[in-house]
Design a binder for this molecule. Structure first.
Ligand SMILES: N#Cc1c(-c2ccc3ccn(Cc4ccc(CN5CCOCC5)cc4)c3c2)n[nH]c1N
Length: 247
């Protein structure tokens, strides 16, 4: 997968050189390219913002640098077309299903806005030549699109073949479609078996895989009911066996 990121803060993406994503980049599994938006400004101050039409607080990002940056970054000799991802507070909520869907894409371009956002015409103009998705990573306000882009890049990249050491663990993640669909995962433990008087639940030391699986599902249901009752409502009643309903 090719990932292009356009931003006025390229250094924000140093974390993409670390850990599993960094390893995947060095292995050629992911091709991440950073672009400083100011490269497409020509005034002395490399201006990227201006006052909002109609008044109001703050500044808005000018369309011209974005238009030229997107033209340059998405120009591809073979005619390939990327999907443009536009983080914004007003975007559609980004979920694990979106991560799974986007992991199938060969090329993503992220436009990281700042200030009060990017002139709306940029997305309209880009949509003339590529799919555009406005997404939000949550109901809180950040200062720009960089953090959201890091979240989406990590959520998507970890699903790509070869990026995680054990592909299975991605499949068992919370919110991943499949065996524990819509349940958050329960507690996890490792050695020592007793730590500061806290014992690991004996079932996990029993070697009875069926009992361990049942215990893990019960704990996942318990934790979901406690922390995410909204997800319980989405569960198909048939997915809950009688014992589950007693939680
Ligand atoms: N993804 C994502 C994001 C973002 C996000 C993403 C991209 C940009 C580009 C600029 N900013 C800052 C900004 C702050 C305030 C406003 C206006 N406010 C009016 C009142 O309602 C709230 C919005 C606009 C933009 C961004 C924030 N925040 N939260 C998420 N989940």
């Amino acid at each position: 997968m090719r990932i292009d990121i356009i931003t006025i803060f390229p250094d924000y993406f140093a974390p993409l050189d670390l850990s599993l994503i960094g390893k995947a980049r060095r292995a050629g599994l992911i091709d991440v390219r950073l672009h400083d938006l100011r490269r497409w400004t020509y005034d002395r101050h490399h201006t990227v913002d201006d006052t909002p039409y109609g008044g109001g607080p703050g500044m808005v990002m000018k369309p011209e640098p974005w238009g030229e940056a997107l033209d340059a970054v998405t120009a591809d000799a073979d005619g390939a077309v990327p999907r443009l991802i536009l983080p914004t507070p007003s975007g559609r909520p980004f979920t694990q299903r979106d991560a799974v869907r986007l992991a199938e894409e060969p090329w993503l371009v992220f436009a990281c806005g700042r200030y009060e956002g990017i002139d709306a015409r940029v997305a309209v103009d880009a949509a003339r030549r590529m799919p555009v998705e406005e997404i939000s990573i949550g109901d809180y306000v950040l200062n720009g699109g960089e953090v959201a882009t890091l979240v989406v890049v990590e959520a998507v990249s970890r699903l790509l073949p070869g990026v995680l050491g054990n592909a299975e663990s991605a499949a068992q993640d919370s919110f991943s479609p499949g065996t524990m669909d819509h349940l958050v995962e329960g507690p996890v433990y490792t050695k020592p078996a007793v730590w500061r008087g806290h014992e690991v639940p004996p079932v996990l030391l029993s070697g009875h895989h069926g009992a361990v699986d049942r215990w893990r599902r019960d704990e996942a249901l318990r934790k979901t009911a406690r922390n995410r009752p909204d997800l319980i409502d989405r569960l198909d009643p048939d997915q809950l066996d009688k014992r589950d309903r007693e939680v």
